[in-house]
Ligand binder design. Structure first.
Ligand SMILES: Cc1ncc(COP(=O)(O)O)c(C=O)c1O
Length: 395
């Protein structure tokens, strides 16, 4: 009766089961996977959402890509980051996830494929499968600072490949794509008639100062068809407000038909509310306050993680250039899954195992840098205590 877009087996994984059990027992779990900014103790200005009540929202003016003023506000936000983008090339969506769904509809037929980075964000496989698209991984090379392994990219291409997804900075590796990599990727994609989807939701969050300056961008180049994604969810910490965007770029012969077809897709759903479009400009400007708090938190937690892990030579914090997560390499004394379940059951701390993100081998733990600082320090101490004790005591 049901489509194969959703999996047949909906059984929760072992970690999810263990978490449910721990909560049912009433235990307080220190959640180092918390990536919801609205629950991480930031001070949101009390009147931040006031522009959503603009009486202009009482009139509905359907517009496939969104009201031009809202698209112009997004263009100004690109200008803040030193990038010139025409509002006419910006399409609004309710979320970045929805932006992927629109782009998969634009670029693929059922059975086609898109290439996704590995390690990477687990949601891509679901997003692709919901649109009947296959998601094939290409590798990022840890030893090369998570640069794209072009050999694996080439090997992942099949006659069904339609697009390559890049995430900069990537979740969870925290690596920005470099400008020379973008040059090479653009040439690679254009030569094979592939489009590029550049997920830049974390672009504002550089941890190392030089990271953003050396990062490559697609939004202002015209040699390859590309779609850059961003949204309020991360850029100003407002995932519940539901506003994201696609900025299209590329050669004239492709950009016009691409925008024409994308417009038809967006017109079919018209999913972005009028109030949020009217509020976009103010939210983007005043949200800078929240963004600054998040930036400070993420950097402070990363520093703290480096300091604490330094006391345990068997552990290594992988270098993170940006984003909201960090990766801790720990001794592979027993399987990642057993370790994270142990951490939950014995230490009341929740972390993600590397295999959730498709790391090529074990053992990695992924933690969110968004967690309130005192809790983060406490949680990391618990993790290090457990991975630092002899294996016999894990039994
Ligand atoms: C890399 C990446 N892209 C997209 C998203 C989804 O963002 P949105 O809330 O706009 O759908 C996330 C959320 O964590 C993410 O990590």
């Amino acid at each position: 009766m049901f489509s194969s877009r959703t999996p047949e087996d909906l059984t929760p994984n072992r970690l999810a089961e263990a978490l449910k059990a721990a909560r049912a027992e009433g235990r307080t779990i220190l959640d180092l996977t918390q990536s919801n900014p609205t629950r991480a103790g930031f001070e949101y200005p009390g009147d931040l959402l006031r522009p959503l009540a603009d009486p202009g929202g009482l009139t509905y003016t359907p517009s496939p890509f969104g009201l031009l003023d809202a698209r112009a506000a997004v263009a100004r936000d690109y200008a803040r980051r030193g990038l010139a983008v025409a509002p006419e090339r910006i399409a609004l969506t309710a979320s970045t996830s929805e932006a992927y769904a629109c782009l998969f509809k634009l670029l693929t037929d059922p059975g086609d494929e898109v290439l996704i980075p590995r390690p990477g964000y687990p949601l891509f496989e679901h997003l692709a499968s919901l649109d009947r698209v296959g998601a094939r991984p290409y590798d990022l090379d840890l030893d090369a600072g998570w640069r794209i392994d072009f050999e694996s990219l080439e090997a992942a291409i099949t006659p069904h490949t339609r697009a390559i997804v890049i995430v900069s900075p990537n979740n969870p590796t925290g690596s920005f794509i470099k400008s020379d990599e973008v040059d090479r990727l653009a040439e690679f994609a254009a030569a094979r008639d592939l489009a590029l989807i550049a997920d830049e939701v974390f672009a504002d969050y550089e941890i190392t100062h030089e990271a953003r300056a050396g990062a490559g961008r697609l939004v202002d180049r015209d040699d390859v068809l590309s779609f850059s994604l961003g949204g309020l969810s991360k850029s100003v910490g407002l995932p519940q407000v539901k506003l994201a965007w696609i900025a299209a770029a590329g050669p004239d012969r492709l950009i016009d038909p691409a925008l024409g077809r994308l417009e038809l897709i967006c017109d079919t759903y018209l999913s972005v509310s009028t109030p949020v479009q009217l509020a976009a400009s103010e939210l983007l400007e005043r949200g800078a306050n929240v963004r600054d708090q998040i930036r400070r938190r993420v950097s402070a937690n990363y520093e703290r993680l480096l300091q604490k892990a330094a006391s345990l030579p068997a552990c290594r914090v992988l270098a993170t250039e940006g984003g909201w997560s960090a990766v801790l390499e720990v001794p592979s004394v027993y399987p990642e899954e057993a370790l994270v379940v142990d951490l939950l059951q014995h230490d009341n701390v929740l972390v993600h195992p590397g295999y959730f993100f498709d790391f090529l081998h074990e053992s990695y733990l992924v933690v969110s840098l968004l967690v309130a600082e005192a809790q983060f320090a406490d949680g990391i101490e618990r993790v290090l205590r457990r991975v630092g004790v002899p294996v016999a005591s894990h039994e």
